[in-house]
Design a protein around this ligand. Structure first.
Ligand SMILES: C[S@@+](CC[C@H](N)C(=O)[O-])C[C@H]1O[C@@H](n2cnc3c(N)ncnc32)[C@H](O)[C@@H]1O
Length: 261
């Protein structure tokens, strides 16, 4: 399905006003486990909405028509390919390269946790308050909506803490593998500190690729490192980066400072 909506300003502003339907539909297919059902270990066989819902691997559901509406919407945003069968007039859906990022890999990772993490209730409560970040920047929208800052809030809720770690692992492991294929800036580093390193995935990937790094320090909030797995050569250190940062030959930081919420 081709999208050329920006050719009309009136349509473009309506598209922008309704944009929330896109991530919400993405959230729906993740919750329904649609990507893994279509992928089936690599077959990526096009399936109709009814066939998807009849799979034991989905969360169930009895309205294929509504699922098809969601699938068509996401097809127009490049998540699925739509195949119209001449035999039975059914619309069937396979995964595009974008859609494949939602499938669970052999280590249990995917981008699905990132989608869920970004649409959990607490964040959704903060988004309507973004204008408040301009009117009254004394406190963040997340704090106004939930009473405390996001990371401190996550730390107190084991499920949110776990989802946050899975979300970052799902995104950062494939990212770091690709990044490290073209980056050699860790030469000469013996001790590397990752600030805001979450479960330590970035450090593990960096150290696997750069055997000269003998010691990794994964620095994050105490409740986060408490749940981090053992990684050979890596010491997990808990603390607040705004108060102190462990010393090393080099400091690595990835996606741990800027946020409007
Ligand atoms: C978006 S995640 C990025 C994780 C990791 N760098 C990556 O790219 O996969 C941000 C991380 O910063 C951590 N963080 C937030 N505030 C922190 C603070 N004050 N001190 C240390 N870590 C903090 C969070 O707990 C979280 O693990």
């Amino acid at each position: 399905m081709e999208r050329n909506i920006l050719s009309s300003p009136r349509l473009a502003i309506m598209e922008l006003a309704n944009m929330i339907s896109v991530p919400m539909s993405l959230n729906a297919v993740v919750r329904l486990k649609v990507a893994d059902v279509i992928w089936q270990g690599g077959s990526n066989t096009p399936l109709s909405a009814a066939e998807i819902l009849s799979s034991a691997a989905t969360c169930g559901g009895s309205d294929p028509e509504n699922l098809q509406r969601i699938l068509r919407m996401l097809t127009s945003y490049g998540v699925f390919n739509e195949h119209l069968s001449k035999d039975d007039s059914q619309r069937r859906y396979s995964l595009t390269e974008v859609g494949k990022t939602l499938t669970t890999d052999e280590t249990g990772l995917s981008y699905a946790a990132y989608v869920l993490q970004h649409h959990q209730d607490e964040l959704m409560r903060a988004w309507p308050l973004v204008h408040e970040a301009v009117l009254d920047p004394s406190s963040e929208p997340f704090i106004k909506a939930n009473g405390e800052s996001a990371y401190s809030y996550y730390g107190k809720k084991p499920m949110m803490n776990d989802l946050m770690q899975r979300a970052m692992s799902g995104v950062s492991v494939p990212f770091m593998k690709a990044f490290l294929n073209g980056y050699d800036g860790f030469q000469g580093v013996d001790t590397l500190v990752d600030v805001g390193g979450s479960a330590g995935d970035c450090l593990r990937e960096i150290m696997n690729k750069n055997q000269n790094i003998k010691r990794g320090v994964n620095f994050d909030l105490p409740e986060v490192v408490e749940k981090a797995p053992n990684i050979p050569g890596v010491t997990h250190v808990g603390g607040d980066m705004f108060k102190f940062i462990p010393s090393g030959d080099a400091i690595f930081m990835k996606v741990c400072i800027a946020s409007l919420l």
